[in-house]
Ligand binder design. Structure first.
Ligand SMILES: *Cc1c(COP(=O)(O)O)cnc(C)c1O
Length: 231
């Protein structure tokens, strides 16, 4: 099993590298986040041992359950799922980056809890570029007004944008979504908001990460292509 995992990781890394070079980008600037939601402790140990130390989780409950294991092995957790405001207090000190800030009420809760602890929270704003009703996230044209409001607190540091493209059997069709997010991030960086830095573009999953990398992703979130199908 471990050899499968290593092979899968090598293959993903190789494809990231090829996509980056195709777009004249430095492959070393792309972070591979291994999505460990639903995976067992043993799978988590194996993936960290294989050299991936940035893990993605999408449920607060799983973050709480897996935190000791993951942090003891020196890895970081990225929160990539929809975050309920009442769960913020349980995960705030356990995650490195929240990829899914998608509404004002969540920003307010994050700021309140961060103030209490006198810490800053790093977040990405989730954008529902394709405006799918099944997905969370701001519409593209809501992002700038949203940032104008949340940028006022130094306890919340916006580090970039995240999106999930619609599932396409032909991954090439996701390209316009990733392109739009990259252009939006460029537009925002020119606005020079306080506490806002367009450092990360989190986009691309197993089905479409190569296209995302070609379009400028510097964080890709990959689960299935590393571990196989989820149960
Ligand atoms: C599950 C998940 C992923 C990984 O999906 P795969 O298709 O298994 O690579 C990436 N991003 C988010 C937000 C997810 O929930």
């Amino acid at each position: 099993m471990m050899t499968d995992l290593k092979k899968n990781i090598e293959l993903v890394r190789d494809k990231i590298k090829k996509a980056a070079l195709k777009a004249n980008r430095n492959p070393d600037h792309i972070k591979l986040i291994s999505v460990t939601k639903t995976r067992t402790d043993q799978e988590i140990k194996n993936v960290i041992k294989a050299g991936l130390n940035q893990l993605g989780e999408n449920r607060a409950q799983e973050v709480q359950e897996k935190f000791d294991l993951i942090s003891n092995l020196g890895a970081d957790i990225h929160f990539i799922g929809h975050l309920q405001s009442n769960k913020v207090k349980y995960i705030l000190d356990k995650v490195k980056l929240i990829h899914s800030l998608d509404r004002m009420s969540l920003a307010e809760t994050l700021i309140k809890e961060a103030e209490k602890r006198n810490i800053t929270v790093d977040v990405l704003v989730q954008v529902n570029v394709a405006e799918e009703s099944s997905k969370f996230g701001l519409k593209s044209d809501q992002v700038v007004p949203f940032l104008k409001e949340v940028a006022s607190s130094k306890h919340l540091q916006v580090k970039g944008l995240m999106t999930m493209a619609p599932f396409e059997t032909e991954p090439e069709r996701t390209r316009p979504v990733f392109k739009e997010l990259r252009e939006l991030s460029e537009e925002i960086s020119h606005l020079n908001f306080k506490n806002v830095e367009m450092k990360f573009l989190s986009m691309g999953m197993s089905n479409d990460y190569e296209i995302a990398v070609e379009e400028g992703a510097n964080m890709v979130r990959v689960g299935t292509s590393i571990f196989g199908e989820r149960q």
